[in-house]
Design a protein around this ligand. Structure first.
Ligand SMILES: CCCCCCC[C@@H](O)CC(=O)SCCNC(=O)CCNC(=O)[C@H](O)C(C)(C)COP(=O)(O)OP(=O)(O)OC[C@H]1O[C@@H](n2cnc3c(N)ncnc32)[C@H](O)[C@@H]1OP(=O)(O)O
Length: 722
């Protein structure tokens, strides 16, 4: 297969029999001939793998480099363990383990120089699990895994990857061992594609162990029980009786973790030691000194140690297609008023729904690194329910972008029936400006009672709606295929589509993604209270109180108070509330008198104009020529609305005609100065010029000290009032 893909191949075979006896050139020549006849390039080498340098030299002499090394030589000398002779032991070790070492050691410096190398070790399930009559072979095979693990660590910085495969395959060595039907089915041809992929420059895996047979491929990993600290203090020793008494906890895989490195495993042990120390610090106040510290082991070494876990910033690129797919997933239709705004990339004002921001953030939440870094948790997706969700937009979402998202676990709560893990994300655009932040609370059913805190200090709070009857209500019908469509936006959890998987989680049928009905309700509020203008949608929070089944009808009740729209959502078919404590913060159209009065003089009083300022800022940012021609006019100054004030600080008092923008805690940063031409002012005043369109077409310019008068009020509606 390597030959067929253009590799220049050295075929090494000593030509002995399966027991390592005899020698001939036949075996290697046969393969070389096969490759050459198929148009490939190959040379034979008949040295023992113990003469690894000679094999590598053959490659260098013929081809000048060694990119890939597949350690595949093997013999068998099976004997039941007591009958295994020294020779049986030594020969097997020499071919498998020493041979792989010798060839790899010869190739490694060549690869290091090239800054590229791919190495494969061939292990076996006999090594992983043991096999009757194969003590020598099992030991060598698992030895190869250890060798591979270290070579992969040392090779990492030179782009040398080393992986181990454990194939079950019909070869000379397994003839008569594998049943005939399996022998035929488990062809070596099925092993080769895995080897080729692992050796490809695009494959990022290293230090992995892969099992394969007959076209099936899988990866192994380590799993360790959460374990238990059996000491109360550093002074205390442990007796065998204490180990015996804690055996259930020591061997309890219902709380386990998957260490991916020695450091990770050691960190777990050090964590246990530190927990013991801190438990000891407070133990003087404890009355229950006789209770062993291991009574709540997972509180000390399990879920709680997730707090503070961060996932490396992850890049996510989306295009208009992702935006449209998401809108379809949350039920936007071409028949809706303003539906095309979210479904057709050429429509005026095409943009993502504000709740689309969950999609880039979700890519980080789904990152295996998060879950594998939580000792004691191997998260079962059928038990992982979305508990609460918060989003906050700092800038309007572009219709396509490459964003980088950071994530940090901020809290883990013990809710008895489950654990709640809360993580914050922040997503930035390519200039590093924050676009939005999100907060995810995930309810992990059955992982409670680990002795962690119950009360939240970090989760964005839910809000009770006013006690009066709702100001508005809307019914939305979800489609029976809603989840099938929504999952294409990235949350592929089978819980939402696979009946048997849903049954494992205790659900009679697949349930709808929480973020799907979150988006549906967000859209309803956007329509009702923001005139479908995403730039007026600031933040949204709610709790998923009950699951929704695709096809069910939802009723959203809404109450508006100031710039906040409170909501709840009920499944009409069952009468059960599925979203509680919800609210959306919006940017109001009206600028309150009090807010306007914050601006000190009439001359400085200007217009709060959602969207327009944004467009202008962008336009100027994109065109440096404009920057000095343009002076300030538009002011976002809705001081009563905390969230907006936090996002933009725009203050004409900083200097005549100047606009400053800033972000929370950044202080005030000068940004852009905008100017309008007089004649366009007239057109604006008479309503003949639409400011947003005019600006985008480059027509709208303003100069001098501009005071936007009452005349402009009608023009800027529905965006703003003076
Ligand atoms: C991989 C990374 C990202 C992936 C995202 C997630 C993956 C997605 O694919 C998964 C989904 O989309 S699942 C679908 C959406 N979610 C749901 O349907 C969950 C609905 N909620 C429930 O069933 C219950 O509330 C339930 C089961 C959650 C809790 O019910 P009970 O066990 O009966 O709990 P209860 O007795 O009511 O309360 C006990 C304590 O828990 C708190 N609590 C309840 N519901 C919560 C919730 N939803 N979120 C957070 N906390 C919650 C209660 O307040 C109570 O605590 P306390 O006594 O301290 O107040």
């Amino acid at each position: 297969m390597f030959g067929s893909r253009g590799a220049k191949v050295v075929v090494n075979d000593l030509g002995g029999d399966t027991k390592g006896q005899g020698q001939s050139s036949r075996a290697a020549d046969k393969v070389v001939e096969e490759i050459r006849q198929a148009g490939g390039i190959a040379v034979a080498n008949y040295d023992s793998v113990e003469d690894g340098d000679k094999i590598v030299q053959t490659a260098l002499d013929n081809f000048g480099r060694v990119d890939i090394l597949v350690n595949n030589a093997g013999i068998l000398r099976d004997k039941s363990f007591p009958r295994t002779s020294d020779t049986d032991w030594d020969l097997v070790q020499r071919v498998h383990l020493r041979g792989s070492f010798m060839v790899t050691r010869a190739a490694f410096p060549v690869m290091k120089k090239q800054k590229f190398g791919r190495i494969i070790m061939t292990a076996s399930t006999s090594g992983i699990f043991g096999n009757f009559g194969q003590a020598n072979y099992s030991a060598a095979k698992l030895g190869l895994l250890g060798l591979s693990n270290t070579v992969s660590i040392e090779g990492q910085k030179y782009n040398i990857h080393c992986n181990t495969i454990a194939p079950v395959s019909g070869t000379r060595m397994t003839e008569g061992i594998l049943p005939p039907d399996l022998f035929d089915e488990f062809k070596p041809e099925f092993v080769a594609p895995l080897v080729l992929w692992l050796c490809h420059e695009d494959c990022e895996d290293t230090g992995g162990l892969f099992l394969t047979a007959g076209g099936w491929y899988g990866k192994f990993r380590w799993e360790c029980t959460n374990g238990v600290m059996c000491r109360k203090s550093r002074e205390e020793m442990v007796t065998p009786e204490v180990v015996r008494d804690h055996w259930d906890m020591i061997t309890d895989f219902s709380h386990s973790y998957n260490p991916e490195s020695g450091q990770e495993a050691t960190a777990h042990l050090v964590g246990a030691l530190q927990e013991m120390d801190s438990a000891g610090d407070t133990s003087s106040e404890n009355t229950s000194a006789s209770v062993p510290p291991s009574a709540s082991p997972s509180a000390t070494t399990g879920p709680m140690s997730a707090v503070g876990v961060k996932v490396q910033p992850k890049t996510f690129t989306y295009t208009f297609k992702d935006v449209i797919l998401y809108a379809l997933g949350v039920g936007v239709s071409t028949k809706d008023e303003n539906g095309l705004q979210f479904l057709y990339e050429n429509s005026e004002g095409f943009s993502p729904l504000p709740t689309f921001c969950v999609v880039p953030a979700q890519a980080v939440m789904m990152d295996g690194a998060l879950w594998s870094s939580i000792p004691g948790w191997s998260v079962d997706l059928s038990k992982l329910l979305h508990g609460e969700m918060y989003i906050e937009l700092m800038k309007p979402l572009p219709s396509s972008a490459t964003l980088s998202t950071d994530m940090e676990v901020v809290e883990v709560l013990d809710k008895g029936s489950g654990a709640v893990l809360t993580a914050d994300t922040i997503s930035r655009n390519e200039s590093g400006e924050p676009l939005f932040r999100t907060q995810w609370s995930l309810f992990v059913v059955g992982e409670g009672n680990f002795g962690g805190p119950r009360k939240s200090t970090k989760t964005v709070p839910l809000m009770d709606h006013p006690s009066r009857a709702p100001d508005a209500s809307e019914e939305v019908v979800t489609g029976v295929d809603q989840a099938a469509l929504y999952r294409l936006s990235g949350d592929l959890n089978p819980l939402h589509i696979d009946p048997s998987f849903a049954a494992m989680g205790g659900f009679a049928q697949p349930i709808l993604h929480g973020l799907c009905f979150y988006g549906i309700i967000g859209r309803a509020i956007l329509k009702h209270y923001c005139g479908s203008d995403p730039t007026r949608f600031k933040a949204m929070k709610t709790r998923f109180a009950r699951p929704v089944i695709p096809g069910q009808r939802l009723v959203v009740d809404m109450w508006k108070e100031g710039s906040r729209v409170y909501f709840t959502c009920t499944v009409k078919d069952t009468g059960k509330v599925c979203l509680t404590g919800g609210y959306v913060d919006i940017i109001n159209q009206e600028l309150s008198t009090a807010a306007a009065d914050d601006v000190s003089s009439t001359a400085e009083r200007t217009v709060a104009c959602a969207g327009l300022f944004e467009e202008m800022t962008k336009k100027v940012a994109d065109n440096s020529d404009l920057a000095d021609k343009v002076k300030a006019v538009f002011l976002w100054n809705i001081n009563k609305n905390k969230s907006l004030a936090a996002q933009w600080t725009v203050d004409l008092r900083k200097g005549p005609g100047k606009v400053y923008t800033g972000l929370p805690n950044d202080g005030v940063k000068p940004s852009v100065t905008l100017t309008l031409e007089d004649e366009d002012m007239v057109a604006l005043g008479t309503g003949k010029l639409n400011p947003q369109k005019a600006f985008m077409s480059g027509k709208l310019k303003v100069s001098g000290n501009v005071m936007l008068t009452q005349k402009l009020q009608h023009l800027l509606k529905p965006q703003a009032k003076i």
